[in-house]
Design a protein around this ligand. Sequence first.
Ligand code: KG4
Ligand code: ZN
Length: 363
Amino acid sequence: MQHRLTFLGIESSCDDTAAAVVRVDDAAQILSSVVEGQVALHAAYGGVVPEIAARAHAERLDGCVDQALQLAGLGFADLDGIAVTSGPGLIGGVLSGVMLAKGLAAGTGLPLIGVNHLAGHALTPRLTDGLAFPYLMLLVSGGHCQFLIVNGPQSFRRIGGTIDDAPGEAFDKTAKLLGLPQPGGPAVEAEAVQGDARRFAFPRPLLDRPGCDMSFSGLKTALLRARDTLIAVQGGLFMQDRRDLCAGFQQAVADVLVEKTQRALTLYLEANPAAPTLAVAGGVAANRAIRTALEATSVAMGVRFTAPPLRLCTDNAAMIAYAGIELFRDGQRDGFGLIARPRWPLDATAPAVLGSGKKGAKA
Ligand code: KG4
Ligand code: ZN
């Protein structure tokens, strides 16, 4: 039986202000999880505005912490530690969280643990499904896209990822080009369901090259061209055009993810034949067509497939509290010298990735 630990988690690295309380003894339990999205604040700008995000985090974080403790029915005296996202992400938002966590740790005397946001995502299947190490993780969201071999709470090997846009970012840009609302993923998916994916021939970037790296920025350019050609010929877009464009785009993303996942799984299984598990996380994992395709790929390769429930796939603080507990058990302690890091690759040995995502420079 493991010693029981209860942690407060704080997350503010992008456009979700979040606090949560997680308890782990033999199993993990989310006692509360509060997430305040900022979609309405950024809607007029067509993307996340870092300064607006940082201000909203600073204004709302303490309220979220209060609410998370209240929902859990606990006070600070019942906690064993405070975990906070200390990177990577938009620096103003990360700073808001780190400063609050330091203040709370100073006031309560509780241990402080800085958590890498990506580790939070990557360790989520252990929180939700009790997965054992190792497993292969595909993280696909608005800010990230990478294959990680997860060997331990501080041991990740990155075996591929996007060299430019993240898939969620491509969905968001596609929605913008077609006059659909943000976040673009769900809107594009809803159109795609009624569309013909074969009408437009969109590229499948980097499939002709070996390895597990991906590229999604060219897809958006292809979509822009297809849209403009239709507008030039017809004077505008018909409802069915929009549906077909969305279906073609989504199919191209799915095809790239499936092919690269096959390659990543092959690499992973060579080293870990006794642990055939693929876990998918991030907002794009909510896409039914993509999720189904990835699940089918796993089944065909004899691999167990898991994807956390959507509210834990997208940004939240429960994953940060949970990762904090794992790191605490691993011996990590951060003092008041903890810094906010805009860039913080999980695998420091993997080559740097170019391009910029929703969260700023690629993590
Ligand atoms: O994980 P997340 O909440 O935040 C980041 O860390 O980025 O992911 C948000 C991203 C957005 O780009 C959104 O458009 C995308 O996930 N997304 C989807 C779907 N639902 C959310 N993309 C495709 N299909 C969906 N159903
Ligand atoms: Zn995230």
